[in-house]
Design a protein around this ligand. Structure first.
Ligand SMILES: [Zn+2]
Ligand SMILES: [Zn+2]
Length: 70
């Protein structure tokens, strides 16, 4: 299986809009805010788990879209 989006073990989740991004210290420590709503990211275990599901779902949807176009 190809994985067009790189999946990592840790993610941060925007507390305001639910946008998920790969974990970074800057985001976890609040030095970098959500590009969509300027909200704060959280990188705790619970949020990381939710964010990972969200990213995997997006990756799957994108892969399916690509196959549909080809
Ligand atoms: Zn946000
Ligand atoms: Zn959290």
């Amino acid at each position: 299986m190809k994985q067009p989006i790189q999946l990592t073990d840790a993610y941060v989740l925007c507390q305001d809009c639910g946008h998920a991004e790969p974990y970074s210290d800057a985001k976890h420590l609040g030095r970098e805010s959500c590009p969509k709503c300027s909200g704060d990211f959280c990188g705790c275990n619970a949020c990381s788990g939710i964010a990972r599901l969200s990213v995997q779902f997006q990756a799957q949807a994108e892969a399916e879209n690509r196959e549909g176009e080809a």
